[in-house]
Ligand binder design. Structure first.
Ligand code: ZN
Length: 249
């Protein structure tokens, strides 16, 4: 049974700045610069520990999910934002500046002409991976191409039923994803990459993805498994729960 003395772990976009103690880097931009953990602790009367949602997601999949058999795991969230988390030996690696795995705010690798300079990002830069691989980015791409407004999942369905614009958008998305993941592999060479977030449910994204990644990565061959999350859309929350026993041992 949980006692009031025990903390509540929160999976949240962004991280707590070591410098200010306030949230930074959240794509829920209203949280940035706010003492979310302290506010919650005050309201709930409990200790709060907050960890990046992508880190929690990666931990959930590494402990008992799609990457339970892997030592070095990179978890990717493809949703309203694009995040990443690194887990080694079933332990999250938050990093010295608490930004380990944050590949979403690097430039899209090997940009084509029309991809430069890229859309503006809330982080203040332009052309971030997130501005090409988030759900809203896919929807924007489809809207610009077709003149129609559909959410990401609906675009995937439309592609299956003969919508050429939707199919083309998904194909471009997959190539951009491959470019981004190849960079992750070059930096970390994880044993397994697990995709989560709403867009990870689009089955077509996995078709031919490994071969595309291999074409971009710096190796003669790539056998990194790129798999869909096993623990569903709440995997990040599960990961926050997993932080508890690991942190207290
Ligand atoms: Zn950015």
């Amino acid at each position: 049974m949980i006692s009031v003395a025990e903390p509540i772990w929160i999976a949240s976009p962004g991280a707590i700045s070591k410098r200010t103690g306030l949230i930074k880097n959240s794509n829920s931009t209203g949280l940035n610069g706010k003492p979310l953990d302290r506010d919650l602790a005050e309201r709930l009367g409990r200790n709060i520990r907050l960890e990046n949602d992508a880190n929690c997601f990666a931990l959930s999949e590494a402990v008992d999910g799609a990457a339970a058999d892997a030592r070095v795991v990179f978890g990717v969230i493809l949703g309203t934002g694009v995040g990443g988390g690194l887990v080694i030996d079933k332990t999250t690696i938050a990093g010295r500046n608490r930004i380990a795995g944050e590949w979403g705010h690097k430039p899209l690798p090997w940009p084509h002409g029309e991809e430069r300079p890229g859309p503006p990002c809330y982080c203040g830069k332009t052309g971030c991976i997130e501005t090409f691989l988030s759900g809203p980015a896919l929807a924007r791409e489809y809207r610009e191409r077709s003149g129609k407004t559909l959410l990401a999942e609906a675009i995937a369905t439309a592609a299956q039923t003969g919508d050429a614009d939707a199919a083309a958008c998904l194909e471009r998305y997959r190539d951009r994803l491959a470019r981004g993941l190849a960079t992750v592999i070059d930096l970390l060479d994880p044993d397994k990459i697990v995709l989560g977030g709403g867009l990870s449910n689009i089955a077509q994204l996995y078709e031919g993805l490994a071969a595309l990644v291999a074409g971009y990565a710096f190796s003669d061959a790539i056998d990194t498994a790129i798999v869909r999350a096993a623990n569903g859309d709440s995997s990040g929350v599960r990961g926050a729960a997993w932080l508890w026993p690991i942190a207290s041992t």
